[in-house]
Design a binder for this molecule. Structure first.
Ligand SMILES: [Zn+2]
Length: 176
């Protein structure tokens, strides 16, 4: 069966029901916000060429955000070397942050699409040939991600502000 082809010409507000999104924008708004490559992948479900992404060999500790809406989707601690040419993770930060949809189901391969649950951005696919403990391989496009390194060693709140916490001005109720 052929997959339906989406022309990319959607009418705003006519997304499939049942998946209310916290972030809703029109294609025109996304196109304005994103680079052409980001738009093609996240909104048109394209796939970046293997080894072209900037995060394939990124080993810095940090959090990978959705490039469209900034939702946290993957963490460096679940990233692994898959040898595929795409950033690969064995788990998302939270299942709730992702939406999955069956892409195709063949005898030799099941491919499930992975999207951001907040804005519906296409992020990549998940396969069942990943490492322990999940056995999953989230194969994600670099351009769909925004990496934020864990740089700042969280400094303990050394100084507690002394002083009155209540700074609110007295309420004035004017009555006639
Ligand atoms: Zn998103």
């Amino acid at each position: 069966m052929a997959l339906p082809v989406f022309s990319g010409h959607r009418v705003a507000g006519e997304e499939s029901p049942g998946e209310p999104r916290k972030v809703q924008k029109t294609d025109a708004e996304w196109a304005k916000q994103l680079t052409p490559a980001q738009y093609l992948v996240t909104r048109q479900k394209a796939t970046e060429p293997a080894y072209s992404g900037k995060y394939v060999n990124n080993h810095t500790k940090g959090i990978y955000h959705c490039v469209c809406c900034d939702a946290e989707v993957f963490a460096s601690r679940t990233k692994f070397e898959s040898g595929t040419g795409w950033p690969s993770f064995w788990s998302p930060i939270s299942e709730e942050n992702l939406v999955k949809a069956m892409d195709y189901h063949r005898a030799d391969e099941v491919r499930v699409e992975v999207m951001c649950s907040t804005c519906g951005a296409h992020l990549g696919h998940v396969f069942r040939d990943g490492p322990a403990p999940t056995g999953l391989r989230y194969c994600i496009n670099s351009v769909a991600l925004k990496f934020v390194p864990t740089t700042a060693k969280v400094a303990p709140a050394a100084k507690k502000k002394a002083g009155p916490a209540s700074k609110s001005s007295p309420k004035r109720v004017t009555r006639r």
